[in-house]
Ligand binder design. Structure first.
Ligand SMILES: [Zn+2]
Length: 250
């Protein structure tokens, strides 16, 4: 799967996906139709499907215009978002497979930021893949818990941490520098995190997406609920207790 990240609405990303079919493309979380239309015009492709991770307007506001211009476009979203995504035609649950431009995405239910939030995973079959995770994970942090609890988000992150080691995470906002800085305050003894922060500060305006799952597991405190040094610093038992504390202190 070939992925192009289009900056939109200040700090959002919209992702354009191309598979083996030369004339088609899919859009992930089009919060604005305009960059998608510009990209389609330039590439000469037609929009085949729209994948939505969750119902927030900065992920969905471009749908009506795109469907006006490409009426056959199927809109996919979580079953829990029924009634909250314009034009939604597929209502997806954990383990569903979605055909996208000649490939197939597996669906993960990842509630926490919102209750109906899903992620799409394209397994490359070689120990990696591409995860479109919306507002679940960002560089160095997680999304705000608007509709879910820390326990919901913990279950969601366990699923993501269990994906193949070379997975790339296409998160929907560019927040990395700000939150890796914050992470370094929470987990100051983590040398790899210190090196990540130094590298980011040396290249402040460079896009950081896709994130590497392996790097998040090593440096994002929310993936390190069982790291001995971090648990000791927080004074919490490894697991959900540490995760809840991280949600409370950051
Ligand atoms: Zn959101």
């Amino acid at each position: 799967m070939e992925v192009t990240a289009l900056p939109a609405l200040g700090d959002n990303y919209i992702f354009m996906l191309c598979g083996d079919a030369p004339d088609r493309a899919a859009a992930v979380d089009p919060g604005d139709a305009r960059p998608v239309l510009r990209w389609l015009e330039k590439s000469g492709r037609r929009l085949e499907s729209i994948l939505i991770t969750h119902h927030h307007p900065d992920h969905t506001a471009g749908i009506p215009r795109l469907r006006e211009l490409f009426p056959g476009t199927g809109v996919c979203g979580g079953a829990g978002d029924r009634g909250r995504i314009p034009g939604q035609a597929r209502f997806l649950s954990e383990g569903d497979a979605v055909p996208v431009c000649g490939a197939a995405a597996g669906v993960l239910e990842v509630p926490g930021h919102t209750r109906g939030h899903i992620a799409y995973f394209f397994d490359d079959g070689r120990g990696g893949g591409d995860l479109f995770s919306g507002d679940t994970v960002f560089g160095g942090t997680i999304g705000n818990l608007f509709e879910g609890t820390p326990d919901d988000m913990f279950a969601s992150l366990q699923k993501i941490r269990a994906l193949p080691g070379a997975t790339r995470i296409w998160c929907a906002h560019e927040y990395t520098l700000q939150f890796v800085r914050e992470a370094a305050r929470v987990d100051p003894d983590n040398e790899r995190l210190g090196r990540r922060l130094a590298a980011l500060e040396g290249a402040a305006d460079r896009p950081t997406v896709p994130l590497a799952l392996a790097e998040e597991c090593a440096t994002n405190p929310f993936f390190r609920w069982d790291a001995p040094g971090l648990c000791e610093r927080l004074g919490t038992a490894p697991g959900i207790e540490t995760f809840r504390r991280l949600c409370a202190v950051t």
